[in-house]
Ligand binder design. Sequence first.
Ligand SMILES: Cc1cc2nc3c(=O)[nH]c(=O)nc-3n(C[C@H](O)[C@H](O)[C@H](O)COP(=O)(O)OP(=O)(O)OC[C@H]3O[C@@H](n4cnc5c(N)ncnc54)[C@H](O)[C@@H]3O)c2cc1C
Length: 461
Amino acid sequence: MLPNHSPWIKQLKRTRPVVPLDKDVSSDVVIVGGGIAGVTTAFFTLRDTDKTVILIEANKIAHGATGHNAGQIASYFERPLSDLVEKFGVELAIESQRSVESAWILLDQIVVEAKLQTPLYRFTGYAGLSRFDQVILHLKNNRYRTDHGLIPESIILADHWDELVDIPKEFKDLYSLATQKDILQLLETNNIDYIACLSYQKGCMNSALFSEELIGYLIATYKDRLAFYEGSPVTVVRLKDSKVLLEVSTHTIEAKRVVLCTNGFENFSIINEVGVEIDTKFHHSVNGRIGYMSGYIEPLNNPPAAISYFPEINQRNADPTGENYFYLTRRPHEHEGKDSYNLVCTGGPEKVLPNGADYSSQDPYSEDARFLIDEFMRSNYDKKPGETEYSFQWHGLMGYTPNGIRLVGPEPCNPTLLYNLGCNGVGILPSIFGGIRISRFLNNEHVERSIFDPQDQRREI
Ligand SMILES: Cc1cc2nc3c(=O)[nH]c(=O)nc-3n(C[C@H](O)[C@H](O)[C@H](O)COP(=O)(O)OP(=O)(O)OC[C@H]3O[C@@H](n4cnc5c(N)ncnc54)[C@H](O)[C@@H]3O)c2cc1C
């Protein structure tokens, strides 16, 4: 059985001891969860408000999804823009896309203000499409992008493709043509199923190292306003009229507001003492899904990259919130004391975590996932099963919401509780955007309506 071995956790050279909560404490705001969502929410709350903050983490900073992802910085939703337009209307949908893209600037701000050293690579990322319906979907999305002031994705179609003639005239200005050879070169594959290539700004970083460095900065900078505890699982969140009590082992945290940045973890209950029951709704709103990744080392012969592949046939269970795909990232990596290597990571396979079931990062790697990744490597890079020697194989927990949209904002049934969670597969930029949005709610600013607002269950039919 293979253990859960992530390169991002391996790169954390932390020296800070775990300090668990050992007394009753209080603050204006308590943030539960020390992944990138919790740490960036703390950053913006401390920077932009005068609130005192407690950040509490069950395990260690960045050891959840933040330490077990692909580390690809991407600004798309796991649900097509055209779908969001249909569901929420064009204004809110475009604004939500703009918000997630704005997190690139927030990320830069954090890096500069906190003087972080974590490497951040930025480049043009690519995605390969293999079917007519995929191409039409992305053209439709691009139409919304160009018509509403967003930077369009570049779409290149293979000039020999026999379905070119079926593309509606209304999309003619949204793509260009090239030989399939050129397209496959951009996608770094020899799989002739791919007949189109999208490109857009992407990046990659170790989000665990980023979070670890950032918490170090916050501890040093906000000595008087931040208290921080690890190894301290919250078991009960008790909501009262204008305060909240958290149970952590034998101790209690009292605060005016609580922000859940707990991703897909379900191991606590919420008791709303002054209104309708929230706990069941919450646990049904965030479903855990386990994502599997593999990484291998190669010489430093190629630049950093992030490429997604939408295959002709879905190779894993259908995803209700979007299309399934495989992805690859590549970045420089120190190996055996030398910095002349790249780390290439591939991922895609996922498994649904049954509602109420606990996820354990100690669980072994899945044989099914290994098979699917081998199959992806075979069909895209001619690598025979077993030929690639993986230095890392790991899994992590993602939080999926039923509609594929992150939850960011106060709980309508009791606004002492706020959420910044539900990555739906892509969570680095949305977590950061969620962080600044939460700080604005905490500061009692007027915050414009968005598709991220938690829905009021009392108004649902
Ligand atoms: C395999 C995989 C690949 C991914 N690839 C990408 C990618 O390429 N790009 C991208 O943008 N996103 C990706 N994601 C998603 C991204 O990693 C997450 O959205 C991001 O890390 C969000 O972090 P978070 O802080 O919300 O969650 P986490 O990092 O999971 O943090 C939540 C924290 O809450 C803590 N917690 C939970 N319950 C309690 C409790 N009761 N008391 C105290 N603490 C608690 C947990 O211990 C954990 O540390 C991927 C995720 C996975 C799993």
